[in-house]
Ligand binder design. Sequence first.
Ligand SMILES: Nc1ncnc2c1ncn2[C@@H]1O[C@H](COP(=O)(O)OP(=O)(O)OP(=O)(O)O)[C@@H](O)[C@H]1O
Ligand SMILES: [Mg+2]
Length: 271
Amino acid sequence: MPAELPGAADAAIRIRDVRKVFTTGGREVKALDGIDLDIAEGEFVCLLGPSGCGKSTLLNAIAGFSPPTAGTIVAGGRPVTAPGPDRAMVFQEYALFPWMTVEKNVAFGLEMKGASRAQIRERVDALLAKLNLRDFRDRFPKDLSGGMRQRVAIARVLAIDSPMLLMDEPFGALDALTRRNLQDELLRIWAELRKTIVFVTHGIEESIYLADRVVVMTYRPGTVKRDLRITLPRPRDPASPEFNDVKREISRLVMEEQLRHEQAEAAATAD
Ligand SMILES: Nc1ncnc2c1ncn2[C@@H]1O[C@H](COP(=O)(O)OP(=O)(O)OP(=O)(O)O)[C@@H](O)[C@H]1O
Ligand SMILES: [Mg+2]
């Protein structure tokens, strides 16, 4: 048995010795190996690492979309065996229904839950206001900017009121200014609603700006290279010397793994 990690008793998400192997065309890819991680209730954790290090694989395992090959994941005290309403996922490519208006997209989860019309109306109004979407309620996703669409995706997930939000590079496709706006909004919502957030990114600055903890992953197999607590007070200033000290340390760790990635690719091409 692995030793109990600090805070494990009240962990919202407890990951033990998780391994994931993909087999494609007779070849095995060891995507994750020996992942042990505890995420406390209300904590904001970023999974950080270069492309291909297994961030999405780990998030999908927590979500219950793709079970690990070995090991266990417990969320909210229950073993994860399938997706559940306690764990809401936000993807990079705004997973909205293109045939529904903004309002209908946000209302969808509540309708599925069988909420009353009055409840739905009240909740949707509040969320549209919270995410500055009130003037866009009758628009369709195709008529919105990327930032707006991602706001709708967040409003949609908040409507279901899951205690855990799993976010896979949700702001990756946005320009820098829109990204910063949405980061600030997410922090505001997190501070207000105290959700547990697992946020995947390959943005070093983004992870330090957002997270209580940054979990740096190794490149293939994905393991926990370093689990760093970010103690900088919020709101954080990316231009401050303290921020840059953290950034320097994390950049070094990520660069090591990026280099291993490039070397592995070069070796694979040479084969
Ligand atoms: N369904 C799959 N079948 C086969 N291999 C897969 C599958 N999904 C992921 N992999 C492999 O597992 C490894 C980890 O992939 P994953 O998508 O989790 O990485 P990532 O860290 O999310 O990368 P990115 O930053 O590019 O999104 C990669 O080598 C990838 O090719
Ligand atoms: Mg990914």
